[in-house]
Ligand binder design. Structure first.
Ligand code: NI
Length: 397
């Protein structure tokens, strides 16, 4: 595979960074040691560094050998997950209950590798901002960075992101214009009834019976309310109620998540949950309270930048190894927040067909080190082609 030769030379070094990060996983807004490592390496490459952005975020800035007003951002995420690692490898997690089970260790190492090479060569015109983002998982580090004014402080014309993807073989990329990952919301429904002796149900208002109907009833949102050709998911993931054999409880709490691509569909789901939950609970004589929280928007790739990303990937692995028709994922990604503000593209890099447990967020997952030079080469070629010297000097900005 035509990865950049110089990057292939420091494959072992990138692997060492990746293993170091993997062994010391840190979760949302606690990425202090990871940020130390990232900032230290960037400085050693000659990249200027700002720290403490969105608490633990790091941004490196590098100017090309030719002046130019244009700038882009390349983004990697740094956080791990609350998972107990079950891999028996020398670089396994040393932080009890925390693990890099989504490959953000690899994303960080690949962007560091790219920064090292770009700082050595500076074969571009303009400015590259390397965004090392905290708290991608659940806590919205990207949104916090944007709220803190990152895009005003580091103005860019486009933002690019990358995630490893275990369903895609090593040596392949996948990208598509439009929706690529789903909007992610959470909800909690509290059903309040009246507790009683289990042998005297006529004296109770049974929240468990209401909850059972509600779990089924909510499935009619995707099957009966949402357009059949639109994607949407409503999943109940927690049911809490009752403590013993012979008591009908006062209360049941249901929690879950919804996914969608189209903003109009997203807007449809919350009122549908409210209508169904309220109707079923009333029919049972119970009351309900709904808390619905919007988390991440859908990740929408811009068409021009997606074409640039796909062409860049093809320059490394060949056109036939760039999949442009893979189905979008119902998983969510907070890089979507950057893409709400700026045009850009988010690409999947193959992590190898998932063997037993080799899937994202699994305790047996491990980022595939063979991918490191491919990802770093992608970042370098992408930056060099977007900020090409000829293009920058030919077009006034
Ligand atoms: Ni991830």
């Amino acid at each position: 595979m035509p990865v950049i030769n110089r990057i292939a030379e420091f494959h072992a070094e990138m692997t060492q960074w990746r293993h170091q990060i993997h062994a010391h996983p840190e979760t949302a807004f606690e990425e202090h040691k990871t940020a130390d490592l990232v900032a230290g390496l960037l400085e050693s490459f000659g990249v200027s560094v700002d720290r403490g952005i969105a608490q633990t975020g790091v941004i490196g800035t590098l100017k090309g050998s030719l002046a130019g007003d244009r700038a882009i951002a390349l983004r990697a995420d740094m956080d791990g997950l609350h998972i107990e690692e079950q891999n028996d490898v020398p670089h396994a997690s040393q932080n009890h209950g925390r693990m890099h089970a989504c490959g953000h260790d690899g994303h960080t190492a690949m962007l560091l590798g790219a920064a090292k090479h770009l700082a050595e060569t500076r074969n571009f015109a303009g400015t590259i901002h390397f965004i090392f983002q905290p708290a991608e998982e659940n806590e919205g580090g990207a949104r916090l960075m944007i709220e803190e004014g990152v895009l005003e402080r580091y103005p860019v014309e486009a933002v690019y992101g990358m995630h490893n993807w275990p369903e895609v073989p090593v040596g392949q990329f996948a990208v598509r214009p439009g929706p690529m990952m789903a909007a992610f919301d959470i909800f909690e429904i509290t059903i309040s009834g009246r507790g009683a002796h289990a042998a005297m149900p006529h004296l109770a208002i049974d929240p468990i019976v209401a909850a059972a109907q509600l779990v089924s009833g909510l499935q009619t949102i995707t099957s009966r309310n949402v357009h059949p050709l639109e994607g949407a998911v409503v999943s109940i993931t927690q049911v809490h109620g009752g403590d013993t054999w012979n008591v009908i409880p006062d209360r049941v709490v249901l929690r879950g998540t919804t996914r969608s691509f189209n903003p109009a569909v997203r807007d449809q789901i919350e009122p549908a949950i409210r209508r169904i939950a309220d109707g079923i609970c009333r029919a049972c004589g119970a009351q309900m309270a709904l808390r619905y929280e919007r988390r991440y928007p859908a990740l929408i790739n811009a068409s021009t930048e997606t074409e640039i990303a796909a062409a860049t990937a093809a320059s490394i692995v060949g056109e036939s190894n760039v999949k442009r028709d893979l189905l979008p994922s119902m998983a969510a990604e907070d890089f979507a927040c950057f893409l709400e503000q700026k045009p850009g593209a988010y690409i999947w890099i193959g992590n190898g067909t998932a063997e037993a447990g080799g899937i994202l967020h699994n305790p047996h997952y491990d980022f595939n080190d063979e991918v490191l030079p491919l990802g770093a080469s992608y970042w370098v070629r992408l930056a060099e082609s977007v900020l090409a010297k000829e293009r920058a000097s030919a077009s006034p900005t």
